[in-house]
Design a protein around this ligand. Structure first.
Ligand SMILES: [Mg+2]
Length: 339
């Protein structure tokens, strides 16, 4: 059966994918890019462009009311929306939110959701400038349009990585996906034992400061945020850059609490972290250049940001994991909404 990504590719073919002639970037990256001025082709590269993305949280799909309070849900919506803006290396500017509510969602829940939106827009220093409210037969869904800006020639794309580039992530991986599994099992005692994993799902953080540092460094060749899973999103970056990748299993940053949960469940932590998803950290490629890396690490450290090198890109297409000197194919099992 054709999945979500086949349809997105098809939509890209119908409506124009990749870099359109006037500097516009259409379907197929983390966000769309619209240059602010189209008068002069020559001037486009020095102009600020608007970077826009749309995302959603749908009850029964992205969350269940038992997993997350409406305050965290409002906050989460804004952070996941701006995670795509971060992946383009753009500065968050403004948001619009559309909400659809079933009759069982009371006034108190709506108020709490508003509080969550409020805390996130203040964390990201953006303004909520519009939206829409509609009723639905039951349940709850919310959509965000996240808007940022960046100079055209600094914007980070999924394409552009080269063989020999090193691969990095800006945060630990695997925790949020474990949180979803723990919360969906509905065993309060287990959730109490792994608070950081549940929090990783409930309270993601858009890595927009990291994205800005990467964009301004001039060091990075391609970037994406990890929402579908490390392996799946690495696959998107590699496909769009025309390269392959080798992940070094021992280098993947896996938080201590996740190691403990994996051990208790008899799950391989690296395999879990590859399939993961919902991390909203950035995955990026950059050439091997210790001076550039040190400079970026110093800038990140100013606000507590970090990076981990987890592998490298190859000329040969395909994804592999190297573990204890042995290489094995990396099986992509990320989330697909249509499968
Ligand atoms: Mg994305």
């Amino acid at each position: 059966m054709r999945g979500e990504f086949d349809w997105i590719r098809e939509l890209g073919e119908v409506f124009g994918a990749g870099r359109l002639p006037d500097g516009t970037i259409g379907i197929g990256d983390d966000a769309a890019v619209l240059p602010l001025c189209r008068d002069s082709e020559a001037a486009v590269n020095t102009l600020s462009s608007v970077v826009m993305s749309i995302d959603s949280q749908v009850s029964g799909v992205h969350f269940r009311p038992e997993w997350i309070g409406y305050d965290d849900l409002g906050r989460r919506l804004v952070h996941i929306g701006f995670s795509d803006i971060a992946a383009m290396g753009a500065l968050p500017q403004a948001a619009m939110v559309s909400v659809e509510v079933g009759p069982e969602i009371g006034e108190a829940d709506r108020q709490v959701f508003t509080e969550g939106l409020k805390s996130a827009v203040s964390e990201l220093a953006v303004r909520l400038i519009g939206g829409n409210v509609a009723r639905r037969i039951s349940g709850f869904s919310a959509h965000i349009t996240a808007i940022g800006r960046q100079e055209q020639d600094r914007i980070l794309l999924r394409s552009g990585a080269l063989p020999g580039d090193q691969l990095y992530v800006t945060g630990e991986v695997g925790a949020a996906a474990a949180g979803v599994r723990i919360l969906s099992a509905r065993e309060a005692s287990v959730a109490d034992r792994y608070p950081a994993l549940c929090e990783a799902y409930r309270r993601p953080r858009a890595h927009w400061r990291e994205g800005l540092v990467l964009a301004e460094s001039g060091w990075v060749t391609a970037a994406i945020d990890i929402s579908d899973g490390l392996a799946a999103d690495l696959g998107h970056l590699c496909r769009q850059s025309g390269v392959g990748a080798v992940i070094e299993a021992e280098a993947v940053p896996i938080p201590g609490e996740l190691q403990a949960w994996c051990q208790a469940c008899g799950i391989d932590p690296v395999r879990h972290a590859m399939a993961g998803g919902e991390e909203y950290v950035l995955l990026f490629a950059a050439p091997l250049d210790q001076l550039a890396q040190d400079a970026v690490e110093r800038r990140l450290a100013e606000f507590g940001g970090q990076l981990w090198r987890i592998g490298s890109l190859t000329k040969r297409p395909g994804l592999e994991v190297s573990r204890g000197g042995r290489r094995e194919p990396l099986v992509v099992t990320g989330f697909d909404h249509l499968r």
